[in-house]
Design a protein. Structure first.
Length: 178
């Protein structure tokens, strides 16, 4: 992709992310065009259907979480990895909950993007788990990490920051070897 086309693509996705978070995925595409300051033809060249734009935004959200997990696995002290990983999942869910729910609701469940997201998150969870090494029980799997993260997000949805911190401490404490 040419540099100007790449910039337009990225601007459209960034604006769509903002608008989807503000107004839902049914926002008029003319509004995306206007705010992104591109022509309608530019939008439709990159995204022939609304679903393609929704999917691009969803992929971006998953990639952001995966990038954080990879960075954490590569750079964080092993004993800090689990608290940081779960904190970011809760932050991500809290910040993006409405957007993620809208994105998932507007896409057909059989789309390849969901299999891709599943594979990416499982891969990153495995990297995070391996990097934490001996600071995590030996029977914990990457699937466990993803389920615990999801459960923690749901459990802290209505919690105060203090309650959320306490639940996070309980989960992380339960992952430590005996």
């Amino acid at each position: 992709m040419r540099a100007d086309a790449r910039r337009n693509y990225e601007r459209i996705v960034a604006v769509a992310r903002e608008l989807f978070a503000e107004k839902g995925t049914d926002v008029p595409l003319d509004e995306v065009v206007k705010r992104a300051e591109v022509g309608a033809g530019t939008l439709y060249r990159h995204f022939p259907q609304r679903d393609a734009l929704v999917e691009a935004v969803y992929r971006g959200e998953i990639e952001a979480l995966a990038d954080y997990g990879r960075e954490l696995a590569a750079e964080a002290a092993p004993e800090k990895i689990m608290p940081l990983w779960f904190q970011e999942q809760v932050r991500f869910f809290t910040r993006k909950k409405g957007l993620t729910v809208a994105l998932k609701a507007s896409l057909d469940r059989d789309r390849e993007v969901f299999a891709w997201a599943h594979a990416v998150l499982h891969e990153v969870a495995a990297e995070v788990l391996a990097a934490a090494g001996e600071h995590v029980r030996s029977d914990v799997t990457n699937v466990d990490l993803l389920r615990l993260g999801h459960g923690l997000c749901v459990a802290t949805e209505q919690a105060t920051p203090e309650e959320a911190g306490r639940l996070l401490d309980i989960v992380v404490g339960g992952l430590r070897p005996a």
